[in-house]
Design a protein around this ligand. Structure first.
Ligand code: COA
Length: 163
């Protein structure tokens, strides 16, 4: 069982190490230390770490737009260091619970690189709906990449469609 608890300043070294790991870096746009510090301090953002029952930090999550007047919260980032063990799925379930049951948001949305098959499959199987593609909107190392937008509404969380 994982927990989602506030990150503190002492955790940021590990957070940055996870972001820059070759298994993660290509799928996210890493923050600088000062961007992470701002996220810790901002009332509009949540910086949360994923910890095991034994107390190890195995990843983190960033949320943004907590004060959005449309109650539309951005699931800005998730990184799980220990992959393929079900932690990502547990983490996404915790994020949905936090956003829809505690923050009472109406909409939870995210963008994901089109070539990030693992994350897209995870989000889809957790009930996120694809909304469209922003074509070639990110330029990295001279290459343009597509972003896919996905979202879930509170009513879809509360009453998931039966397949
Ligand atoms: C994406 C990420 C959060 C998923 O976490 P994880 O712990 O590896 O995922 P899980 O073990 O919970 O697996 C979740 C699902 O992913 C899918 N999956 C796993 N490995 C996969 C692969 N290599 N290719 C495609 N799908 C895969 C499976 O559908 C799996 O579901 P299952 O329960 O049916 O097996 C994690 O791999 C990560 O941090 N990746 C790098 C950063 C990143 O991409 N973040 C998201 C940016 S939008």
């Amino acid at each position: 069982m994982l927990s989602l608890i506030p990150t503190n300043a002492a955790d940021l070294k590990d957070v940055i190490r996870m972001e820059h790991h070759p298994d993660n870096k290509e799928f996210i746009i890493p923050y600088s230390l000062s961007q992470h510090q701002q996220a810790l301090e901002s009332e509009d953002e949540a910086h949360l770490k994923l910890t095991t029952e034994e107390g190890s930090t195995i990843g983190f999550v960033l949320l943004a737009g907590l004060n959005n007047p449309n109650q539309s919260v951005e699931f800005r980032r998730i990184v799980v260091a220990l992959k393929g063990m079900g932690y990502g799925r547990q983490a996404v379930a915790l994020v949905k619970e936090h956003c829809f049951e505690h923050l009472l948001c109406h909409r939870l949305w995210l963008d994901v690189f089109e070539d990030n098959g693992r994350a897209r499959q995870l989000y889809k199987s957790e009930g996120f709906i694809e909304e469209g593609t922003m074509r070639e909107c990110i330029k990295q190392d001279g290459i343009y990449r597509n972003l896919v937008f996905m979202s879930m509404l509170q009513r879809e969380y509360l009453r998931p469609a039966r397949h």
